[in-house]
Design a protein around this ligand. Structure first.
Ligand code: MCN
Ligand code: CUN
Length: 783
């Protein structure tokens, strides 16, 4: 009844242009905000003169850092135990930082008024290269923090250092490599925005906003602005892509709220593209030194990693609070290693804050790229085939549940089966033969193109998370769900998570349909409105299916059990005599005597005599606290053609075999994988947030920050295996970030395999590849 490749309900409105996004919200008397931003990466603010802007005929309020400071709002707490400036008071700390917020009668007037503001800056030397951030003479960025004498954010480690050192000391082979996972940006098509409306009479704040986590935002407004939480309503309408960009709290949101408080009118603020790229959550920026220990025949024994993490000017990463490097410590990936250890040092630089975004699974992107690149480096050094090295080291099915060296318990997997399928689909041996022929021809004639085959095998950890170990701002990561079946048998499901394009209106209806034996068309999803949905932490870290999805299953099963009691009363039998069969409760041994959920729902609202203690109606609530994360995995194979003369790499084929356990909607899962594979091609070949030495942002438009299009993508070849999660009620694992996590390494491995180079950093633009072919140093800053 429920699961299957059902077309997406939401597309009926999206393809007709009838989606309703934040920028479509128009309230009576609504004003418009605009932000004056810093042109400097690092500068002291000497003076701010807003008098001319204030006298602009259409300006209704001008908010400076001092205005906010008067209300105790110039700084806000981040999700990572730091504070971030809302509007700068003392210094600006990155180019694009928010300095003044203007509220005017229309958007043009607000923008015009920005040019009337005079800010006097005293430029300071910036810290742009994270590797220089801890130099003794580096300028101190966060002199606002008490007693801070350097740019150090945190040190964090995981794994057993001594055991790892011992493994390395006795290993036959140790391969090392320095890798940069460059700064990239999630760049959702819809930028961030808000309409804030404080009703001065009721004291109620209604916020329409682009948020992946409405309930978390409600609490943040309560904590930061001091508005009682029951007087705050967050509405997230349709969202045009989130990709982690819409998890955190941005200054523009808070300024809009303050603007509404000051003017008594609703205030809308919508970012433009450059503002989004310059100031909102970036992703990655991990400098990694990897070491892999192995036997001379390629048996992997241990992994050791040092990371320098560029967190920008404020530590605003949005991840479970006990994990400052996110879930990076899953870096042993899919392999059975004896020991592993990582040490991560976070530093401040004069760049925008963020770090955890872009389908990152809380830094598993970085971890997966690291290990999959290191396995190829090892294979290169030993002269072994990278597919064979992977196959020899993959965890075996009988090792699950598997406790890895850094403390995770992988729930389930059959890795060799998945890799075997991918190799078969790709025709791996034939590809290697073709590669050898092409290389021989190139070497003989100096003409033609080279080809490369890149493999990656990833393991993800998604669905944060068990309350005992995972929280955000002290909030345990459990999700509520409420389900109500109406008298005529249709149902409404209310959830806390928030779709940004993942198709939840369809898949959550399918979950309930499957459990209750009704059509998904008869189940409506209510999401994205805190006044109408139960509490929960939101949609990121591919947690909707593992957590809210499980909550939806459990609440539907509760309703089904309630229905059983009603059906028993209808049929005048004991509830124990009923069995659930193909969508109805029926008498064991008498299949003709049965009742569907629709029949039961009507009876539950009727004059039927119900047993004592049964209240009638047909509904339930539940809160799901996941016992563990889910561990989806997959095997990816990329085939590229590289023109050594121009350095141009073209992705010819991409085979992706994903295992996300039971698939609720296989079509939507494939769509998620398609999107993530495109992300991987983009990051591997094109995307880069670049800065010059003064901290000027060099990629603040889509002319410079290059996103992949269908022109750069092949026709994806997808396969699947299904290894259910043993602890999820329907065996499903999250999949929304799998392909973004797994694919960059496959593309990079393929390009480097083509040109026979041991390592070069992303993005492998034609210039970079050409330099690598020529044996010249790679300059990621110039990519
Ligand atoms: N699904 C399924 N069967 C499974 C697993 C998932 O049918 N075994 C379906 C789900 O029901 C859901 C979709 O696949 O409709 C993704 O589910 P899930 O893996 O639970 O991920 P989330 O819904 O929590 O989405 C979050 C994830 C993240 S963190 C980023 S970042 C990302 C991603 O989703 N952002 C996206 N995919 C995106 N896709 C779109 N279109 N837009 C974004 O902003
Ligand atoms: Cu890290 S991006 Mo998604 O978790 O929203």
């Amino acid at each position: 009844m429920g699961h299957g490749p059902m077309l997406r309900k939401e597309d009926a409105r999206f393809v007709r242009g009838r989606g309703r996004f934040v920028d479509d919200v128009r309230l009576p008397g609504m004003l418009h905000g605009a932000i004056l931003r810093s042109p400097h990466a690092h500068a002291r603010i000497l003076s701010v003169d807003v008098s001319a802007a204030e006298s602009h005929p259409k300006v209704r309020a001008v908010i400076t850092g001092e205005t906010l400071a008067g209300r105790g709002l110039a700084w806000m707490p981040t999700l990572s135990h730091d504070v971030a400036a809302v509007l700068a008071t003392d210094k600006v700390r990155y180019q694009g930082q928010e300095v003044v917020f203007v509220v005017a009668e229309d958007r043009y007037a607000a923008r015009d008024a920005l040019s009337l503001i005079e800010v006097e800056y005293e430029p300071l030397p910036p810290v742009i290269d994270a590797r220089r951030a801890l130099d003794p003479d580096a300028p101190v960025i966060r002199d606002d923090l008490d007693g801070r004498a350097d740019n150090h954010v945190f040190d964090w480690e995981s794994g057993d250092a001594a055991a790892t050192d011992a493994v390395f000391a006795s290993a036959e082979r140790v391969s090392t490599c320095d890798l940069l996972y460059p700064r990239v940006h999630p760049a959702p098509l819809e930028t961030c925005g808000i309409v804030a409306d404080l009703d001065r009479i009721t004291g109620k704040l209604t916020v329409h906003a682009t948020t992946q986590a409405p309930h978390t935002h409600r609490m943040l407004y309560a904590l930061i602005a001091g508005i009682p939480e029951h007087k705050i309503r967050i509405i997230a309408p349709d969202i045009g892509g989130g990709f982690g960009n819409k998890v955190g709290m941005y200054p523009g949101y808070l300024c809009s709220v303050v603007g509404s408080v000051l003017t008594g009118a609703p205030v809308k603020w919508t970012e433009d593209r450059s503002e989004n790229l310059m100031s909102s959550s970036f992703a990655r920026d991990y400098h990694m030194h990897g070491e892999i220990a192995a036997t001379k025949d390629g048996r992997i024994l241990g992994l050791r990693v040092r990371v320098l993490a560029d967190h920008g000017a404020f530590n605003g990463t949005a991840q479970p609070s006990k994990f400052p490097a996110g879930f990076f410590h899953v870096f042993t990936g899919s392999y059975d290693v004896k020991a592993a250890h990582c040490r991560v040092t976070g530093v401040y630089t004069n760049k925008a804050p963020g770090g955890v975004a872009y389908a990152c699974s809380f830094r598993i992107t970085e971890a997966s790229y690291l290990v999959e690149r290191m396995v190829d480096v090892l294979s290169h050094d030993l002269g072994l085939d990278p597919a064979a090295v992977r196959m020899a080291n993959l965890l075996r099915p009988e090792q699950f549940p598997y406790a890895c060296a850094t403390g995770w318990e992988y729930d389930s997997g059959d890795y060799p089966r998945t890799l075997t399928l991918a190799l078969e689909m790709a025709g791996y041996d034939e590809l290697r033969r073709e590669q050898a022929e092409r290389r021989a021809a190139y070497e003989a004639t100096g003409r033609g193109s080279l080809m490369g085959i890149g493999i990656s095998f990833f393991t993800e950890a998604v669905g944060a998370g068990p309350r005992r170990t995972m929280d955000i701002l002290g909030l345990g990561m459990a999700d509520g769900a409420e389900l109500r079946v109406h008298p005529t048998g249709t149902a409404v499901l209310r959830v806390s998570c928030m779709s940004q394009g993942q198709g939840h209106e369809t898949t959550f209806a399918q979950i309930v349909g499957e459990e209750l034996g009704i059509s998904p068309d008869d189940v409506e999803l209510v999401q994205g409105d805190t006044d109408q949905t139960p509490f929960g932490l939101g949609t990121y870290g591919s947690r909707s299916t593992p957590v809210s999805g499980a909550a939806a299953v459990m609440v539907a099963r509760k309703v089904r059990e309630r229905a059983r009691i009603v059906a028993a009363a209808m049929l005048e039998v004991a509830p124990e005599d009923l069995e659930w069969h193909k969508g109805r409760w029926q008498v064991a041994g008498d299949p003709a005597a049965g009742r569907t959920i629709a029949q039961i729902a009507l009876a539950a609202h009727s004059d039927l005599d119900l047993p004592d203690g049964v209240e009638g109606h047909l509904d339930a609530t539940c809160v799901y606290n996941p016992p563990n994360l889910t561990f989806p995995f997959g095997a990816y194979i990329c085939v590229v053609d590289v023109d050594p003369g121009t350095g141009q790499a073209t992705v010819r084929r991409f085979v992706a075999v994903d295992d996300c356990g039971v698939r609720i909607n296989p079509m939507i899962v494939e769509g998620q994988v398609h999107g993530g594979l495109a992300d991987g091609v983009g990051m591997a070949l094109m995307e880069l947030m670049a800065f010059d030495d003064d901290g000027n942002h060099l990629g603040a438009s889509f002319m410079d920050y290059l996103l992949p299009t269908s022109m750069e993508c092949p026709s994806w070849e997808l396969g699947e295996t299904v290894t259910p999660s043993p602890h999820h009620p329907i065996g499903a694992k999250g999949v929304g970030e799998s392909a973004t996590v797994g694919s960059p390494a496959a593309v990079v491995n393929a390009v480097l395999d083509a040109i026979g180079v041991r390592h070069a950093d992303m993005p492998l633009t034609p210039a970079q590849v050409w330099r690598a072919v020529q044996g010249r140093p790679i300059r990621p800053d110039l990519a």
